[in-house]
Write a protein that binds this ligand. Structure first.
Ligand SMILES: C[S@@+](CC[C@H](N)C(=O)[O-])C[C@H]1O[C@@H](n2cnc3c(N)ncnc32)[C@H](O)[C@@H]1O
Length: 233
């Protein structure tokens, strides 16, 4: 795991210049550190561009990008044992925390990866393999000069489109109104996607999406929340 992370360090990998994250190597708790050693081999999937992931075709597959500390992903996986979940996050303490919670809850339907989700999608996720892609509260990069780092961009949405099955859904949520408007514009213009909002814009938070850690922080600051769901037609 450590070696792999060093060689794939997204901050130093010269192949991509604009990234949707800055790697904050926050301190690991003892528990997270142990989980990254002991639980990673069981619930973790190493990044390997030459080894595409095989999804069970009889079970719906849900991909979450940027799960943070993983609490809401754990909740969703617990509530939907009939679905398989894959979570991708670059923040190591978050991956460690999620591994601990997988074991604590004895989940057999959730695996995690610690790598740039763009590269994972490009190189490891087969086309037409996902029933759902969810990205909750992606970094808003709210300064105009940083807007280009937002993960939701036309090219990225096209990549997700390729990976979704027909009838698959992309679910986004943000607490930053300008980002919500940007998401709506990008998705509305994306060929092949149809907005599931009856009003042609946003939807109320669906019952199956737990409130996330980042969302709670925003709510305490008085932020609004915008959910968007688009289906691959
Ligand atoms: C603002 S946080 C939100 C976390 C969580 N979804 C929540 O709502 O509490 C965004 C997360 O996305 C992760 N992230 C950003 N770009 C990513 C990428 N390309 N691949 C994987 N994770 C990414 C960041 O490390 C960060 O933890």
């Amino acid at each position: 795991m450590n070696e792999q992370l060093k060689t794939n360090d997204p901050n130093t990998n010269p192949k991509r210049t604009i990234r949707s994250f800055v790697l904050r190597q926050g301190r690991l708790t003892k528990g997270q550190e142990q989980a990254l050693i002991n639980l990673w081999p069981i619930f973790g999937i190493e990044y390997n561009a030459n080894s595409p992931i095989t999804f069970d075709t009889n079970t719906p597959a849900v991909l979450e990008i940027g799960f943070g500390m993983g609490a809401s992903l754990i909740e969703m996986a617990k509530n939907a044992p009939n679905k398989n979940f894959l979570g991708i996050e670059v923040h190591k303490p978050g991956v460690g925390a999620c591994l601990m919670a997988i074991e604590e809850n004895q989940l057999s339907n959730l695996k995690v990866m610690c790598h740039d989700a763009v590269e994972v999608l490009e190189n490891m996720i087969p086309n037409h393999s996902l029933d759902k892609v969810q990205i909750f509260f992606p970094d808003p990069w709210h300064k105009a000069r940083h807007n280009k780092r937002r993960i939701i961009q036309p090219k990225f949405v096209q990549l997700i489109y390729k990976k979704l099955k027909l009838g698959g859904v992309l679910h986004l949520a943000t607490d930053w109104q300008h980002y919500a408007e940007h998401m709506l514009e990008v998705l509305t213009q994306a060929e092949g996607f149809e907005n599931l909002s009856p009003t042609g814009d946003y939807i109320p938070r669906p019952d199956d999406r737990p409130i996330t850690k980042f969302e709670k922080r925003g709510q305490n600051l008085g932020h609004g929340v915008w959910d968007l769901q688009f289906i691959k037609k």
